[in-house]
Design a protein around this ligand. Structure first.
Ligand code: C2E
Ligand code: MG
Ligand code: MG
Length: 598
């Protein structure tokens, strides 16, 4: 008889057993049925062996591998004979087996099925295969078996990683991008919060990058960005993160640096490392960088606020000459963009000679002559036209630009005054305003002395005006500063008198020469009894203290008459003249003032 079965490699032992049964009756009654079953088994076995998934039958509770398919052998690097001597634990990475074992031990349901993601099998050589496992439990006779299908997901993992990389990285420099940076910043904040640690965030922006892009083309720009990224990368260690935020902007998390000393030294490293020129097709490209720094937690508690504040600080650094850094401080955000751009143009206004001085005559009504002039700054803004001081003095004050600006005003006003004197104009008294920050600068007396010396102006021809509030800001300092200034022979006037908080007793302790009564009182002096009373009292007070009085803002003859009746002689206001440029002022001096007052 022909052998009914082709002996195959895989199911030989099973067939031998079946054929070995060999009794005639058995063959007659059961053989066809057996043959059908064996065929069926063979088909299933073939199906299993041709599956790409590793399929394993595990006997519980021992975990012995009862049977495996060819893919399992191929993937794990063992023969079937070897595998059936092993347990499931032998072919799984330890962490993965823990998850599987807990299911093996805890399932009660014989028909239970479970899918496990993110586990891995362990090959003969110890390497791991990421798999997705489906576990089904089935009872055969008295034993429970786990039927395991393990699908190799290496490629899917790689694709996922690639997608993740692309989503989190910048295609040009391969650095992490803004998304990744923000995630890491959030993590760093969480950790810092837990460990009560400070750290810092740097925001970098290349100066003049656009010019390189525009003149040499985008390729040059791209190469430059890549090279900058490479150089910066050498400075970033351990838990620090460097990212390209877009365009020519980079950000760094410095997980362990937050003291000014550490940050100065790190920023110096940045400047050093970017100092050598980059070479592109024979061109030497030099690049500067502006850096803004925000420190956790004082400059922000969230990723958003830290980044925003480091960015604002960088903006401030850029407003300087470039290649500069700036630490975030709270006043930055209170400014709107308009103010920032005002500020940036203000920085250049001096060197671009956009400031000019206007002069407003101070009149002695009794004598009918000009006794002095108040010098008032104007800014000829390239876009906004002629600006009054209220538009820019607060910004200049806040940023400290007022110091240089004030220096310029003083020097030029003194020079102008000397020029007038040279033009046989009777000696004029010059009044110059000082801001709070100028007045509280300890070098002020030295600067004034220097300017008097350089211009040849006599101290007693100059008066400096400070507001009441400036005088009261720090009374001890103010008293000391006033006496130092007085030693130079200059006079001191309290400006905008009546609007501040000074009291009689305070005025006495300051060595001042006069008061300027604020124009808001003069405005409604004809109609408002309070204003009348205040002006009257101020004039009486000044006389009592032997102080001079100048009244500001006189616009009408009625006001003039009233003020005269209170015993006030020196006046300033549109009635006589608005503030005017020096050449017009020169002409004004030739006018008949007495005629004006008739
Ligand atoms: P101030 O020292 O009280 O100057 C007088 C202001 O009143 C000037 O305004 C002047 O134009 C204005 N004024 C004078 N007479 C009249 C009048 O009859 N009617 C009206 N409506 N206004 C009159 P300006 O030039 O806009 O200056 C404003 C303030 O800016 C000054 O007040 C002064 O505090 C400050 N300032 C001006 N120049 C300088 C400067 O060079 N340095 C500093 N630190 N502050 C300055
Ligand atoms: Mg003034
Ligand atoms: Mg005033």
């Amino acid at each position: 008889m022909n052998k009914p079965y082709r002996k195959t490699e895989n199911n030989g032992s099973l067939r031998t057993k079946l054929i070995g049964l060999g009794e005639k009756s058995f063959q007659k009654n059961y053989y066809p049925e057996l043959q059908r079953k064996v065929d069926e088994l063979e088909r299933f076995r073939t199906l299993l062996d041709y599956s790409n998934d590793a399929i394993l039958i595990v006997k519980l509770p021992t975990g012995n591998l009862n049977d495996v398919n060819q893919s399992a052998c191929y993937q794990l690097g063992y023969s079937r004979e070897e595998l059936v001597q092993m347990t499931f634990a032998d072919i799984m990475s330890p962490s993965s087996y823990a998850a599987v074992a807990s299911i093996f031990n805890n399932h009660n349901d014989k028909q239970y099925c479970k899918q496990l993601l993110n586990v891995s099998l362990k090959r003969r050589d110890g390497t791991e295969i990421p798999v997705e496992i489906t576990l089904c439990f089935k009872q055969f006779v008295n034993n429970i078996y786990a039927l395991v299908v393990a699908r190799d997901i290496t490629e899917r993992k790689q694709a996922e990683e690639k997608i993740r990389f692309l989503a989190y990285h910048d295609y040009l420099t391969n650095l992490p991008n803004r998304l990744y940076f923000t995630d890491r910043l959030k993590e760093t904040i969480k950790k810092a919060e837990k460990d009560r640690k400070d750290f810092s965030v740097l925001f970098l922006d290349l100066d003049r990058f656009k010019r390189i892009n525009d003149t040499l083309g985008h390729n040059a720009g791209d190469e430059l960005l890549k090279a900058v990224a490479q150089r910066l990368l050498t400075l970033v260690k351990g838990k620090d993160v460097l990212a390209r935020m877009g365009g020519d902007e980079f950000s760094i998390i410095l997980a362990d640096k937050y003291t000014k000393k550490d940050l100065f030294s790190f920023m110096n490293q940045i400047y050093n490392i970017l100092h050598d020129p980059f070479i592109y097709e024979g061109y030497e490209l030099s690049i500067n960088v502006s850096i803004g720094v925000a420190i956790y937690p004082e400059d922000g508690l969230s990723a958003d606020s830290l980044l925003k504040n480091a960015d604002s600080a960088m903006y401030m650094a850029k407003e300087q000459v470039g290649n500069a850094y700036s630490f975030y401080h709270k006043s930055i955000n209170s400014k709107n963009l308009k103010q920032l751009s005002l500020e940036s143009s203000l920085r250049f206004a001096l060197e671009r000679q956009e400031f000019s001085l206007y002069y407003q005559p101070i009149i002695s009504v009794e004598k009918g002559i000009v006794v002095g002039t108040e010098c008032l700054i104007r800014w000829n803004h390239p876009e906004h036209g002629l600006l009054n001081p209220s538009a820019f003095i607060p910004v200049a004050e806040e940023t400290g630009l007022i110091i240089n600006m004030g220096d310029w005003v003083l020097k030029n006003a003194c020079m102008q005054n000397i020029l007038w004197q040279g033009n046989s104009i009777p000696e004029l008294h010059l009044a110059v305003n000082l801001s709070n920050r100028q007045f509280y600068n300890p070098n002020l007396p030295d600067r004034v002395a220097e300017i008097l010396k350089v211009t040849g102006m006599k101290g007693h021809h100059l008066s400096l005006e400070i507001t009441e509030n400036t005088a009261m800001y720090n009374e001890d300092f103010a008293a000391d500063m006033l006496s130092r200034l007085k030693q130079l022979g200059v006079k001191i006037y309290l400006d905008d008198f009546g609007t501040g908080y000074s009291s009689l007793s305070h005025l006495k302790q300051f060595s001042i020469d006069g008061l300027k009564i604020d124009r808001t009182f003069i405005n409604d002096i004809s109609t408002n009894n309070d204003s009348k009373a205040i002006v009257k009292a101020a004039i009486a007070l000044a006389k009592n203290l032997k102080l001079e009085v100048i009244v500001e803002g006189v616009e009408t003859k009625d006001q003039l008459k009233l003020l005269q009746s209170y015993g006030c002689d020196k006046m300033q206001g549109y009635l006589f003249s608005k503030p005017i440029p020096h050449n017009e002022f020169h002409l004004f001096l030739q006018k008949d003032i007495k005629g004006l007052l008739k």
